[in-house]
Design a binder for this molecule. Structure first.
Ligand code: G3P
Ligand code: CA
Length: 235
């Protein structure tokens, strides 16, 4: 069975990484949601894709330069459509509180940022430690060091390595024990590589699949997960 994850929530129909987009993903019967984490100046994990506030909020500047208190009630839905003006930037705590009331899977992507290398895993995992059941949770990152730290923190935490390229057998062998699955850019997908991953014991999630014919192809090939902006592709 292929799990369908709404990328940054149902981000084709609602502003990404907001309560509205996560709630819509749930309403549209996605299996899970994907989201991005950045840290504020004072080390609070917040739910936003970019390293700056510029594109999606009504404020400007780097997130690492502002404290969490400065982000209180910051609008981040208006850019998408004025009807979402009530959406505000969420903290990871707020997202986790809501998510625990749902049956959704949750994929938290740790964004790589040299300023916060030493803190992002710690601050995220400290919050995840408050959760009783982490079986519907996955931590992904393009940064393999983060995933190593996650596994060291909690060996049962599911980890997914994000990559735009297929990986060699040698690299895959090195990742065993650190990484549970590969989150691969869909353009790098081949059936042969999928079989190779399976032979190494890795699951495969493909991102970000927004074309119906590709979505249907990957479902028919039974990949383990698809991350999409458009959960309506589920039909
Ligand atoms: O998790 C897959 C995908 O979200 C990675 O790319 O830039 O959309 O976070 P990006
Ligand atoms: Ca992401």
């Amino acid at each position: 069975m292929t799990l369908i994850y709404a990328h940054r929530g149902a981000s084709k129909h609602a502003p990404e990484n907001t309560y509205a987009s996560f709630k819509l993903a749930q309403i549209k019967n996605a299996d899970g949601i994907e989201t991005d984490i950045q840290l504020t100046k004072d080390g609070v994990p917040v739910v936003i894709h970019d390293a700056t506030l510029d594109r999606t909020t009504t404020k400007q500047g780097a997130i690492k330069e502002v404290t969490f208190a400065e982000l209180t009630n910051l609008q981040n839905g208006q850019w998408f459509d004025p009807s979402f003006e009530k959406e505000t930037l969420m903290s990871l705590d707020e997202l986790l509180d809501w998510w625990q009331t749902t049956e959704l899977y949750l994929n938290i992507e740790l964004k790589s940022h040299s300023f916060h290398h030493k803190k992002i895993v710690k601050e995220t995992m400290r919050r995840i430690d408050q959760i009783d059941d982490v079986s519907r949770l996955t931590i992904s990152s393009f940064n393999l060091n983060y995933l190593e730290e996650v596994k060291a923190w909690n060996p049962i935490m599911v980890t997914g390595y994000l990559t735009k390229k297929r990986l060699s057998n040698r690299v895959l062998k090195r990742m065993q024990g650190v990484v549970d699955g590969i989150h691969l850019h869909y353009k790098a997908y081949t059936t042969v590589f999928y079989r190779c991953l399976q032979s190494h014991g890795f699951y495969l999630h493909l991102y970000t699949v927004n074309e119906a014919y590709l979505f249907n192809q990957y479902v028919s090939e039974n990949v383990d997960g698809i991350i999409t902006d458009d959960v309506d592709l589920m039909g």
